[in-house]
Design a protein around this ligand. Sequence first.
Ligand code: AMP
Length: 383
Amino acid sequence: MIKTVGILGAGQLARMLAQAGKPLGLEFIFLDPAEDACAAEFGEHICAGWDDEVALRQLGQRSDVVTFDFENVPESSASLIESLCPVYPPPRALFKSQDRMREKTMMQELGIPVAPFYPVSSRPDLAAAVEKIGLPCVLKTRRFGYDGKGQAVLRFQEDMERAWQVLGDHELICEGFVSFDVECSIIAARGKDGRTVFWPLTQNLHRDGILAISMAPAFDSQLQSRAEALIQRLLDHLDYVGVMALELFLKDGELLANEFAPRVHNSGHWTIDGDGTSQFENHLRAICGLPLGDTENSSRSLMFNLLGEMPAYAKQHLADQNAIPGVHWHDYRKTARAGRKIGHVTVVAGSEAGLRARAAQLASELGVAEELNLENVMQGLSN
Ligand code: AMP
C-alpha cells in the first residue's frame, strides 16, 4: 500500500496535491531548491537542486511513488529516481513535454491537429520558416518557456530581426499564429488499468500569456467528445498514469492543440470546489493505484487567478471563507511578486445566471471587471 508520495517540486500544485492527499491518508516529501517553497508546510522538504544525486536518492528511497509538479526536471534526475521507485506520470511524457518540437511532432504523428511548425536554429532557418508559414506567426523557445515567456509574435517582416535579437541564442520553434475564437483545455486522469475520466472542457482566458480565468462547463457535448478523443490518443500512446491537461485553440468550430502538461494544471483548479473529484485527488488516486473518483459535475464554476499581491478584498475573505456562499478562496502563501501566481478564487453556482451574477460581483470587487470583460468571456457559456 502506498503511504508516502514524493513530489519533485513544492510549488502551489504540490501544495494542492498534498491538501487533497491528507484525507486519503497520504504523507508527502518534497524536493525543491526554493527555501520558501509553499508546499513545504505539508510534509518534509528536501531543499536541493534538481540534479543533486544524494537528494534525489533520498527522495526515491523514502517514497513509495514519485510524481512532479514541475515539468523541467532533468531527464537524468527522473531516471535516477525511477531506478529506486515508480515515477508517474511516466518520465517519457515529461521529456516529450519539455521540448516543443518533440511535443508537436508527437501530436502530429498521432493525428492531433496543430498549427504548422518548423524548428529554427539559425537566422536563415527563421526566414525560411516565416516564408513557409506566412505572417503572422509565433517564435518560441523550444524549452523552458511558460506563461508566454520566451515567445514573440511576428506580424511584419521587420519583426523577424527584433525577435531574433531577443530569442536567437536559444533553440527555437516557429509556429503559425492561430487567430482563435477562444482557448480551452481538456483535463483527464488515467489510471494504471487504462481507465480514463475527463473533466468538462474548460474555457480559458489569458492576459499577457498568463492564465487569468477558467470557466467550466462552457462547451457542448459534441466538442467535449472531440476534445476527449484527442487527449485519449496522447494518454494511450504514452501509457500514461496520472492527470494530463491538453491546451487547445478553438477556431471556427475546429480544435487545434497548443501544448500538453504532464501534471495537474492551473485551468483545473476549479475542480477543487466544483462538485465531483478534484484533479488533485484523482492524480493521487491514479499514481497510487486507487480507483478514480467521479468527475460528474452539475454545477458551474469560474476561477480567477490572483496574481502579484493578494488584493485587500481577498485578504478580508480568506479569513472568513463562509462570508459569500459559493465563493472559495485559496492562498498559496507565497511571497508577493509582480505577475506571480499567489492564489485563486473559484465561484460556484447551480445555474448560468447564478454564476454570471456572482462572478460579475467578484470581478468588480477584485477590480478586474473592465480588464477581463467578463460578459464577453461568458458569452460562450452553454446550457
Ligand atoms: P504557450 O506558452 O504555448 O502555452 O502560450 C501561451 C499563450 O500564448 C497561449 O495560451 C496563447 O494565448 C498564446 N499563443 C501561444 N501560441 C500561439 C499560437 N500559435 N497562436 C496564437 N496564440 C498563441
